[in-house]
Design a protein around this ligand. Structure first.
Ligand SMILES: NC(=O)c1ccc[n+]([C@@H]2O[C@H](COP(=O)([O-])OP(=O)(O)OC[C@H]3O[C@@H](n4cnc5c(N)ncnc54)[C@H](O)[C@@H]3O)[C@@H](O)[C@H]2O)c1
Length: 355
């Protein structure tokens, strides 16, 4: 089986769903169920014996170690993190605790387990660390895109803690020989995205008749990747990535935030028109956030050349699928926004640690 951390979050849940749609290899999904973890994302796997969910914190090395020895995973895929830049500005401590200390505890548990393996089990074991392009800092309009050799220059507590975790992962390879792989991916979008992030926030606010808040002039540039393309890149790196290497994953899709919001409004105008006017009328520019990186762009040629991976969706096709998913899944959004699922988690896990 494979061991996934953070598999109840946005990308992790998409990964688990895609994995089990394509393979019968079981998944142990280890997640603390913070505000961002949502078991409703995995409702279609209820009663599916191939999915084992365990509630736990990646800072709990002993718990992790016990599970590794019990379930004998052949790979660990590490998604768990505090992931929202705005939250990292307001409360950076949780980011250090989970992204740095948590990754360290996980690496320690993985090292103990991996060192106990022998022969092919030891040789074939993999630790795949999921990271972000934000570790590279910011680019000017005419700078070359981030490549795997771009120097790290993180600018927010989020990106700084992710950068620290990347360095720990690298060090465990060079110091202990742990068979690690790292992916640094650009902004993801798609189903099950928590509505605090740009794209789902705009879709849900637009439909609720609320303002569409755009930071500053809205001309910050990001590369966007449809989440299922990210999942296929991770599967490919796990399958064939070279040990100790990092792979940038991107969509070749640079967009300003403002143009993302405009495209979303146009899609909504088409798919769910307002009685009067356009959703664009709800756009409101607000004060920019501190340390806001101007541009990220990913050079994803290495993964294409070495591993033959390319994104399947364009921004146009991926964004349409995303809007359609939100229109068809009102109940999911309502539950997330009402905190219903958090109440359910509290009830479900009050007296037990494992399910
Ligand atoms: N979302 C993006 O655009 C993006 C882009 C590139 C890389 N990434 C990286 O991908 C990973 C997943 O991102 P996401 O957007 O799905 O995040 P998310 O916030 O939606 O999900 C994170 C998950 O981790 C869990 N978690 C948090 N702290 C934990 C802890 N201490 N122990 C166990 N579980 C814990 C949460 O409950 C949640 O289920 C992160 O490592 C992030 O840095 C995200």
């Amino acid at each position: 089986m494979i061991f996934v951390t953070g598999g109840a979050g946005f990308i992790g849940a998409n990964f688990v769903l895609d994995w089990l749609a394509q393979s019968d290899e079981s998944v142990l999904n280890y997640d603390k169920l913070t505000y961002a973890g949502n078991l409703n994302n995995l409702a279609s796997l209820n009663n599916d014996a191939r999915h084992v969910f365990v509630k736990g914190d990646i800072n709990d090395s002993a718990h992790l170690c016990g599970l590794f020895f019990e379930y004998q995973p052949r790979a660990i895929i590490h998604f768990a993190a505090e992931s929202h830049v705005d939250r990292s500005i307001v409360g950076p401590a949780a980011f250090v605790t989970t992204n740095v200390n948590g990754t360290f505890s996980l690496l320690e548990a993985a090292r103990t387990y991996w060192q106990s393996l022998e022969g092919e089990d030891k040789e074939n074991f993999r630790f795949l660390h999921i990271s972000t392009d934000e570790v590279y800092g910011t680019l000017a309009a005419d700078d070359a895109a981030f490549s795997e050799t771009t120097a790290y220059a993180p600018n927010s507590p989020y990106s700084a803690t992710k950068a620290a975790s990347d360095h720990l992962v690298r060090a465990y390879h060079h110091t202990y020989g742990l068979p690690v792989l790292t992916t640094n991916c650009s902004n993801n979008y798609g189903p099950y995205h928590f509505p605090e992030k740009l794209i789902p926030l705009m879709i849900t606010n637009a439909r609720a008749g609320k303002d569409l808040p755009v930071y500053g002039d809205g001309l910050q540039v990001r590369d966007w990747l449809y989440v299922k393309d990210h999942c296929s890149a991770i599967r490919r790196v796990l399958e064939a990535g070279r040990l100790g290497e990092t792979y940038n994953v991107g969509g070749w899709n640079e967009q300003t935030n403002l143009s993302v919001v405009h495209t979303l409004c146009e899609l909504l105008d088409e798919l769910q028109p307002k009685a009067q006017g356009s959703y664009k009328d709800q756009i409101k520019h607000i004060t920019d956030r501190p340390g806001h990186d101007r541009r990220y762009a990913i050079d994803a040629r290495k993964i294409e050349k070495e591993l033959g991976w390319k994104p399947q969706e364009t921004f146009t096709t991926g964004l349409r699928k995303t809007v359609e998913w939100y229109l068809a899944n009102d109940e999911w959004t309502k539950q997330v926004q009402s905190g219903e699922y958090l109440k359910w988690v509290a009830l479900q896990y009050e007296d037990e640690e494992e399910a």
